[in-house]
Design a protein. Structure first.
Length: 262
């Protein structure tokens, strides 16, 4: 009778999307996303890291400079990458100011190319801001647009006027002809954002009929069923892109490492 063979658990790669109020993390085995979690503080993430054996790590943030990230994470892990404008990425950037290009936009674009290689992609990311970015079939990030996101629009109406209240996202989709001020504000924000995104999609499809439209971001779930199909809702698109960037850097590092047995 054959004995049981022990297989050492594979080390998982870790990617961290460090936002304004929380850290969203993804554990990957190769290109396969194993688990995702969200932590409200660095200390909570630290406790989680103690429970798992980690391989390579990549951290990305649009709210903190790279030097600050390195300083805060050194006490947790000794070896990690921080995504910045100098990090190797598997796409080219046809962007006038690549140093100002947000890490989340780069990661989402890489995620789109990873899922749909050799195809034109439009990425709609609705978080604090709405970004709509075009990466072409040659894996070139061509640019895009940035406009206020859902909650930013609600806050702006309240903070920039004397009498408009601060309202929340409605539970039910608001109609165009609202009967009170709160509903009118909700209608303006929700329908305005919807029309904006659908018009962006329509304009890109005029030039690129086969373009793949990917939607992500914390607030996209309220809109995805109303966007002009076909739409690919990929909530973990940024994590997928970060993992591809991590693997790309590991592969390049290994390719440039001399063979000690030579």
């Amino acid at each position: 009778m054959k004995g049981n063979t022990y297989h050492k658990p594979a080390e998982l790669s870790l990617v961290i999307d460090w936002g304004n109020s929380s850290l969203k993390v993804g554990w990957f085995e190769g290109s396969l996303l194993i688990d995702t979690q969200r932590y409200e503080s660095l200390s909570l993430l630290q406790n989680a890291l103690k429970q798992r054996s980690m391989g390579h790590i990549l951290v990305s943030s649009t709210s903190r400079p790279a030097d600050e990230i390195r300083a805060q994470l050194r006490s947790l892990v000794s070896d990690f990458w921080v995504l910045d404008s100098q990090t190797l990425v598997p796409i080219r950037k046809a962007y006038d100011t690549p140093a100002t290009l947000g890490a989340d936009r780069v990661a989402a674009a890489v995620g789109a190319v990873t899922l749909f290689p050799g195809q034109d992609c439009l990425v709609l990311d609705l978080g604090t801001c709405l970004t709509a970015d075009f990466v072409d079939r040659e894996a070139v990030f061509q640019g895009g647009l940035i406009s206020p996101g859902l909650r930013m629009r609600f806050r702006a109406m309240h903070e920039q006027t004397a009498r408009l209240p601060l309202v929340e996202t409605p539970v039910e989709w608001p109609g165009l002809t609202a009967k009170n001020t709160q509903r009118a504000m909700q209608s303006g924000v929700m329908n305005g954002l919807l029309y904006e995104m659908n018009t962006i999609i329509e304009m890109y499809r005029l030039d690129y009929p086969d373009i793949k439209v990917l939607a992500c971001g914390g607030d996209i779930s309220a809109f995805e069923s109303r966007l002009k199909p076909p739409i690919f809702a990929v909530p973990e698109l940024v994590l997928i892109g970060l993992n591809r960037i991590l693997r790309y850097n590991v592969e390049n590092l290994q390719a440039n490492t001399p063979d000690v047995n030579a």
